[in-house]
Structures are given as structure tokens and as C-alpha cells.
Design a protein around this ligand. Structure first.
Ligand code: ADP
Length: 303
């Protein structure tokens, strides 16, 4: 009954982008784990070669704010990825109307997110699918980034799954314009959207198609001007949009501190080359000015 002679399967936790996730006990360590079953199907051969090499690299990502990949093995038609079990995620926190998030709480969640991302960017690993439900939260309040690199290994998440459309809301403008070569700046944009979502308590830019997503971005920040983003016209799917003037960022976030607003504006810089890096973002005065981030153990969480 054990999987791989080691894991005792328990209940299903949910349906993910790549397959079902279930709870299990690791009989070797008595630890509770989450096992992600990834259907290999027809792709099997190809996936086995490159994916297993990439997964080996993911196993080497060890950081307090990155979810630990404990084990990875093929079993029947599926690839099984074993992760440490996490209590909840940031999406559940944001959606819970019983939870009040203070500026210090928001800073704490962001600090942990940025630290995890900075560690990976330092190793030249991109996440590519940053969104609140990929930020898992443990019993101790520690936040950890999940699903690192899976987007690259297993291809663009299957659009068939309706929940996947949410990822669009975090997509950087260069991706929406069809950029084939992109970098760490796509994760920075996504984290900017998560920052905004923590402040607003709802997704910031909710496009219902890729085109609509760009319109939402332009409505918030204005259409990019040539001097702001010189290379935009070279992107494969670039089309000229009717000019939209940017409202002030302050009018979109009336209640936030000057420091938070300045950091947000730097994360939402159009030109990916000019966008703040995650390392620079961690050095921004937002993180050193008052209020100090809440101790993770004291962060509010869903009951
Ligand atoms: P998605 O692909 O939509 O991001 P996932 O595959 O990451 O979804 O997860 C599917 C479900 O499994 C979600 O409900 C998520 O909360 C749960 N889950 C994923 N990883 C873990 C984990 N490490 N611990 C506990 N629950 C998890």
C-alpha cells in the first residue's frame, strides 16, 4: 500500500496544474508530506530525460523560504514529487475577510517572499509562475515558495484547467507581448502584483484574456512610452495601443506608505531591463523603515 515503499497515502489535498496533490506520511521520517503526482502520459520519454535532470537541480535549492523537495521518483504513469507539508497559502490569507493584515504583517510576508526569490535568482533559477497560491505558509508562519521551475520543466501549465487563468494576472507585460527571451524581471513583476494584492485584498490587475490583461496594465500605468521602454516595439506580439495616460500610483493605493509606493513603482517598471531586481528590492528602504516586519510566528492565519 505504500508508495515507493516509503510513503503512506492519505487524503487528496487538491487538483493542481500538473496533477493531483495528496497528503502522505513519510514512514522513514514520520514527517507529513505533500506528494504531487504529475501525469507523464505521451510526453513520458522526453520528460524523463530533461525533467529528471532539472528536478535534481530543484532538489539542490535549499533555503528557509523555498519549499523543500524531499524526493522525486517515477511511479506507474506518474512522476511523484514529495514536498514538505504546508498548512495554508497566501491566497487563503488574502481572501479571508476575518483576517486583518497590518502594514507590518504585509511587510513580513513580502520579506519572506523576496528572500526566497532572491536566493533562486542568485542561482539563475526563475520561478515563472509566482502567484499567491504558490506561496505556502507553515504552522510556524514561515512562508515558502512552491512550484519553483515546474513551469519550465513541464511546459506552460495546461490551459484546460480553469484555475490556471489566474496566473495571467501576474504576467509581466513583456510576456504578454510574446517575449521569447525573458529573465528574472518576470518574477519581479509578479511579486509586484502580489504586493499590490496584499494591500488591496483583491487581485490588482484582473484581465480576462491576454489582450485584456494588457489593457488593465495600461489603464493602471499608462501605455508605455518609447523612452520608457525602447525595445517594446521589437517584441513578437507588439501592437500599438491607443494612448492611455497613467493615473497617479497614489490614487490606486491611497492608504499606503510613501516607501511602499516607491518600491511598488519600481517593481512595475515597464522595461524589464530597468525594472528593479529582487536583490535591489530587498535593499529598498521599505524593508528598513518603520514598521518592522511582524515576527512570522505572530502573523494572522485562517482558522
Ligand atoms: P496549482 O498548480 O494550481 O498551483 P498545486 O499543484 O500547487 O496547485 O496544488 C494543488 C493543491 O494542493 C492546492 O490546494 C494546494 O494547497 C495543495 N498543496 C500543494 N502543495 C502543498 C504542500 N506542500 N502542502 C500542503 N498542500 C499543498
Amino acid at each position: 500500500k505504500k508508495v515507493a515503499d516509503r510513503y503512506l497515502k492519505q487524503e487528496v489535498l487538491g487538483q493542481g496544474t500538473y496533477g493531483v496533490v495528496f497528503k502522505a506520511t513519510d514512514t522513514k521520517t514520520e514527517q507529513t508530506v505533500a506528494i504531487k503526482k504529475i501525469r507523464l502520459g505521451k510526453q513520458r520519454e522526453g520528460v524523463n530525460i530533461t525533467a529528471l535532470r532539472e528536478i535534481k537541480m530543484l532538489k539542490e535549492l535549499k533555503h528557509p523560504h523555498i519549499i523543500l523537495l524531499i524526493d522525486a521518483f517515477p511511479h506507474k504513469e506518474n512522476l511523484h514529487l514529495v514536498f514538505e507539508f504546508m498548512e495554508t497559502d497566501l491566497e487563503a490569507v488574502i481572501r479571508d475577510s476575518n483576517i486583518f493584515l497590518s502594514p507590518a504583517d504585509i511587510k513580513s510576508y513580502l520579506l519572506m517572499t523576496f528572500k526566497g526569490l532572491a536566493y533562486c535568482h542568485d542561482k539563475w533559477v526563475l520561478h515563472r509562475d509566482m502567484k499567491p497560491n504558490n506561496l505556502l505558509i507553515g504552522v510556524d508562519g514561515q512562508l515558502k515558495l512552491a512550484d519553483f521551475g515546474l513551469a519550465r520543466i513541464f511546459g506552460s501549465p495546461n490551459r484546460k484547467f480553469t484555475h490556471q487563468v489566474f496566473a495571467r494576472w501576474y504576467r509581466a507585460p513583456e510576456l504578454l507581448f510574446g517575449a521569447k527571451q525573458y529573465g528574472a524581471a518576470v518574477d519581479v513583476w509578479a511579486v509586484g502584483c502580489i504586493f499590490a494584492e496584499l494591500l488591496l485584498r483583491r487581485p490588482f490587475l484582473q484581465g480576462n484574456s491576454d489582450i485584456d490583461q494588457l489593457s488593465k496594465i495600461f489603464a493602471a500605468f499608462g501605455t508605455p512610452k518609447a523612452d520608457q521602454w525602447p525595445d517594446v516595439t521589437k517584441l513578437p506580439d507588439y501592437v500599438e495601443y491607443q494612448f492611455v495616460a497613467a493615473p497617479s500610483l497614489r490614487s490606486l493605493f491611497p492608504a499606503v506608505s510613501e516607501d511602499a509606493l516607491d518600491l511598488l513603482s519600481k517593481m512595475f517598471t515597464y522595461d524589464p531591463k530597468a525594472r528593479i531586481s529582487i536583490k535591489q528590492a530587498l535593499e529598498h528602504r521599505y524593508f528598513t523603515s518603520a514598521p518592522a516586519p511582524t515576527d512570522p510566528a505572530k502573523l494572522p492565519k485562517p482558522v
